[in-house]
Design a protein around this ligand. Sequence first.
Ligand code: PEP
Length: 247
Amino acid sequence: MSKPIIVGNWKMNGLTADSADRVKQLLAGLTTSPAPGVEVVVCPPFTQLALLAPSLKGTPIALGAQDCHKDDKGAHTGDISAAMLADVGATHVILGHSERRRDYNEVDETVREKVLAATKAGLTPIVCIGETEDQRQSGETEDTLGWQIKGSLPDGFTGVVAYEPVWAIGTGLAATAEDIRTTVAFIRAELERQFGDAGKSLRILYGGSVDANNAASILDIENVAGALVGGASLKPDAFLSIIHAVP
Ligand code: PEP
């Protein structure tokens, strides 16, 4: 079974000096208090990947990106391919984040194509799925997740799935332990239905207002193999506490 994984999504925050300083603090924290049983990934903005890669090489922290294009190269102004990410030292990429689904109209098919591109480039895709508040209120959570799993994850998928209820992202309102337990059990069942035995070992993360206070209880839930962390990943002390909360 793979290690639990804690992923920091820095989104569009920080200039190079801020990010370099954050990396320094995280590395110092993991040197003082190592977490050998945990895979740790930070996902800075595109412009900082190449800059941060040398300081992360050979350390317990892996480098991830926040998106990639579905094509290897070509006339796509402003876009970045998975091969370009791998070329600068990234090993992971977040795909299908709800903010990209919202801001760029990314649909499951788009996400699936990006997953294929990422896998081809040797990156580990971290694929986000999750229901909106409206879908939750209308009792459509499981239908939504079922369609997202079916549409976003290609045959032979070997990456990581992040369950991120959209209403819990950046709101300070994490889902309750009971809701996470039930929903993640549903996701596990869907993964097994789609991928057979391989679906049993795919890692499922929870994301949505994870912080230093609630991490231990969330990470203890059956089938939760880690967390995708936004806001709290910008604060080194909080992110280190989350890493050390892995049981
Ligand atoms: C996210 O953006 O993936 C996320 C989970 O954000 P936050 O932790 O701030 O809710």
